[in-house]
Design a protein around this ligand. Structure first.
Ligand code: PHE
Ligand code: ZN
Length: 852
């Protein structure tokens, strides 16, 4: 059964026509919206006769060509196109059409989130608003007029600057906006609603005054402070680090509850998932605050890397996303802790991207084909894309990198370009040949780097062998070019030698003159996104002595993995690991947040990734046993750490207090393996006395997993207090969906009827169903009910919102690696999904690739 065609990069053709200006009028009513679209269009390809516009689910009312009403024989309505026959070289086209935003549950194009009209047009939403050349290499100047009921929608926004306001006699009013910067349709946005607003200002380096506004549902204004601060910090950072200033007089951000992704960088009018705007200490965790800072910055940085310079086509998505993620990671590292930020970014990459890269849905950061482009907003395009830019940054060094970025902006400002154009600028200003490096853009899968060491007669030699996986289609792929930061340490941990090797061959040897056998510290800062394969017993030493914090962390993780794996093979717990863990607990000069990371055991996903055939029951058994052993062995120390750092009345968001909460909660979670009355009492007291959401969530999570009795009371209290705050309810659903307790699936099913739950809101679906699908214990239960439930939900939700459904289907990406029993169960469910008669191409693409 083939229900979706693939689209190929090699088939790219330049547009045959272009749109110079686009004047839009939106008349917003309760049942429908009428769109009047006046475009001035020019022919670019002399051979083209018909104008073919993208158009999906639009009710056409009238078309005028150069002010003449177009007779029906002059146009054809095709499946997803409007074809205007035989047009001239330059002409004016007016299209009037009707849409139904109130019924739009896909959340693409114009839709309603609660009482707010808003848009989402990346990548291909605009064609659901009005017929258009809906592709990023067509850039027009937009003018937008909104007309709506004044009572219901006092706030009317679009891109650029406001030109005028007007009032109509019938209680409606209007506003006209003009954006002087030519842009592709995916950056178009409008908002209409009854919104509260928070206002601030920013003066740019060259002295221009920018007004900043954050709009949100009334009553939430006090929760916008952190977002506003992050915006100003980001504006300043981009001036200082990249020399880039903002280019409009106005910067608007609107927070909405129903949004498929995190946020969207529409020119001058960012639209955000409210989870990435709203926060105060009572309702948001420390991680939420960090997330807001980074997403606000990410969208702001897109103004230069994405909007001023955009993508020629969607295969180039990483041009803007990889680069912008790299920029936001550096921003967060500069404003917070560099070492902690790096470890967290690497962790996030490995948890999600490595799994994707090892699956049949693996793709290069620049894919060469897709069925549904929406499926390619992936960890690969974003996070691996950022790692690729980071490698370029490492290869060039800060100064040359900045020169290269300046050249990139100079050469391509105002254009829609390719990753090749970006690499040209890097190569030109960096004075570096990137031919081999480009493989990172068109090869997929995570390379392994095998390390062999030899020491003889004062000579240390390091043999590095790249093991490059085959592509998904079975074809061979070639060795990569990358920077590998490394150091050789003496027995006290001092660096004898530290440098950045350039690795480019399948196998090569590097030699060093040293007196004694050194200890190798490799892939420092995770300078290349590879899996290092190394067999040695220096982990305890590196955990303690490495001067590179990433390698310290990585060594703790690797040692933990090695220990758990040998337990899974039936060996007793390696006491050397236990000792090394004890040493970490004793170190008191470490930054709290960093120490909390060192105390973290490898995740279930990390363990799973190294198994040839996966059985989650075995993984959990070993990991839980190790955790319990550590908790028993170090109970007193962990209690001391807990008590020293537990300050229930403090809610400060500075590094010290965030760190204290992190380490204290890490200690509590480890201790929870004891399932003792003492630990239950501590968690219960923490829930009752703490003033931060961070502390409450950890306490609830611990209680939920070890004490049905206390968790029922605490969760009941929590629900009563927060059931009208949907962002907090996301956390409530997540705790229950992630629970390891018996009966979790039944409770998840029942929670779908909770009045606070709503299947139309992506955040809630992700919190309940999405989190359950990543609850390995219950999702992969051997009775198959977890799979069946999630498959049912994919089928249901696909009818509401295909993008959300294909996101859920991602949980099945590990299918191939599962043991026989689970594999058979998954197969049945995936085949059942494929039999659905009106399956979206989004879900079809993921499920068919996973099964293949
Ligand atoms: N371009 C957005 C970002 O990364 C992500 C996004 C994609 C949002 C598609 C909505 C839809 O910042
Ligand atoms: Zn982005």
């Amino acid at each position: 059964m083939s229900r979706a065609e693939s689209i190929y990069l090699k088939d790219y053709k330049a547009p045959k026509f272009t749109v110079k200006t686009c004047d839009l009028v939106f008349e917003l009513y309760e049942e429908h919206t009428q769109v009047t679209n006046l475009m001035s269009i020019e022919r670019v390809d002399a051979g083209a006769k018909d104008l073919v516009l993208d158009s999906i689910d639009l009710e056409l009312l009238e078309i005028y060509l150069d002010d003449e009403k177009l007779p029906e024989k002059r146009y054809v309505i095709e499946d997803e196109h409007l074809r205007v026959l035989d047009v001239g070289d330059a002409f004016k086209l007016i299209i009037i059409n009707k849409i139904y935003p109130q019924l739009n549950s896909e959340l693409e194009g114009l839709y309603k989130s609660g009482n707010i009209f808003c848009t989402q047009n990346e990548p291909e939403g605009f064609r659901r608003i009005t017929p258009y050349l809906d592709r990023p290499d067509v850039m027009a100047v937009f003018k937008t007029t909104l007309v709506a009921d004044k009572e219901r929608y006092p706030v009317l926004l679009s891109n650029g600057n406001r030109e005028s306001n007007f009032k109509l006699d019938d209680g409606r009013h209007g506003a006209t906006w003009f954006d002087p910067h030519p842009k592709p349709s995916y950056l178009f946005a409008l908002v209409a609603g009854d919104l509260g607003v928070v206002q601030d200002k920013f003066v740019t380096a060259s002295g221009k005054y920018v007004r900043l506004y954050i709009y949100t549902d009334r009553g939430n204004e006090s929760k916008c402070k952190h977002a506003m601060k992050a915006l100003k910090d980001a504006m300043k950072w981009d001036e200082e680090v990249y020399g880039r200033e903002y280019d409009l007089e106005l910067y608007n951000i609107v927070a909405v509850d129903s949004f498929n992704m995190g946020a969207m960088e529409n020119k001058g009018l960012n639209i955000f998932n409210s989870a990435y705007v709203l926060a105060d200490e009572d309702s948001a965790t420390d991680a939420n605050f960090m997330g807001i800072q980074s997403v606000i910055a990410h969208e702001y940085f897109h103004n230069w890397t994405g909007n001023r310079i955009t993508c020629r086509d969607w295969f180039q998505l990483t041009l803007k996303e990889g680069l912008t993620v790299f920029r936001d990671q550096c921003f967060s590292a500069d404003l917070n802790s560099k070492e902690v930020q790096r470890i967290e970014d690497v962790d996030a990459l490995r948890e999600r991207q490595f799994v994707e890269d090892a699956s049949p849905t693996a793709h290069p950061i620049q894919p060469d084909s897709y069925m549904a482009i929406n499926n390619f907003y992936t960890a690969t395009v974003y996070e691996k894309g950022a790692e690729v830019i980071r490698m370029l940054h490492t290869l060039l060094g800060e100064q040359k990198y900045r020169k290269a970025m300046d050249l990139y902006f100079d050469a391509f400002d105002g254009q829609a370009v390719r990753t090749d154009d970006f690499l040209w600028a890097i190569s030109e200003a960096g004075g570096i040949d990137l031919e081999q490096f480009k493989r990172w853009y068109y090869q997929s899968g995570t390379p392994k780097l095998h390390v062999d060491e030899k020491f003889e007669d004062g000579k240390y030699s390091l043999t590095l062998t790249q093991k490059v996986p085959k592509a998904v289609d079975g074809s061979e792929q070639k060795p990569y070019f990358f920077p590998l930061k490394m150091a050789l340490l003496d027995e006290s941990g001092k660096e004898i030698e530290a440098k950045t090797l350039i690795v480019s061959k399948e196998s090569e040897e590097f030699t060093f003159k040293v007196e004694k056998k050194p200890v190798l510290s490799i892939n420092r800062d995770f300078s290349a996104p590879v899996i290092v394969e190394q067999s040695h017993n220096d982990y305890a030493f590196l955990m303690k002595h490495d001067t590179n914090s990433y390698v310290r962390y990585e060594s703790a993780q690797s040692f933990g993995l090695q220990t758990i794996e040998s337990m899974m093979r039936g060996k007793p717990i390696d006491e050397e690991f236990v000792n090394a863990f004890g040493h970490i607990l004793d170190e008191d000069k470490l930054d709290h947040s960093f120490k909390a990371l060192l105390m973290e055991l490898p995740s279930v996903s990390a363990i799973m990734q190294r198994q040839e055939v996966v059985d989650f029951e075995l993984i959990y058994e070993a990991k839980e046993r190790l955790q319990k052993h550590l908790a028993l062995t170090f109970k007193e120390k962990l209690l001391v750490i807990y008590n020293e750092n537990h300050t229930p009345d403090s809610k400060e968001l500075d590094a010290l207090n965030i760190g204290k909460r992190a380490i204290k909660n890490r200690a509590l979670k480890l201790l929870s393996a004891l399932e003792s009355d003492e630990v239950i009492a501590i968690a219960n007291a923490q829930y009752n006395s703490s003033v931060t959401m961070t502390d409450r969530i950890v306490a609830l999570d611990v209680l939920e997993n070890i004490s049905p009795e206390f968790s029922t009371v605490a969760l009941g209290h929590f629900y009563k207090k927060y059931n009208r705050d949907t962002l907090v309810m996301n956390k409530y659903f997540s705790i229950l969906a992630a629970s390891h307790r018996e009966g979790t699936l039944d409770r998840v099913m029942a929670l779908q009827n909770d009045p606070a739950y709503n299947e139309l809101v992506p955040n809630l679906v992700r919190s309940l169903i999405g989190v359950f699908a990543r609850n390995y214990k219950h999702f992969h239960a051997k009775d198959g009910y977890g799979y069946k439930f999630v498959a049912d939900k994919i089928i249901d939700i696909d009818k509401i919102n295909p993008q959300m459904a294909s996101g859920l289907a991602g949980a099945f990406k590990i299918y191939k690696k599962m043991n026989k029993v689970n594999k058979k169960l998954i197969k049945t469910e995936l085949e059942r999904i494929l039999l659905e008669p009106s399956l979206s191409k989004n879900v079809y693409e993921i499920v068919s690739k996973v099964l293949n």
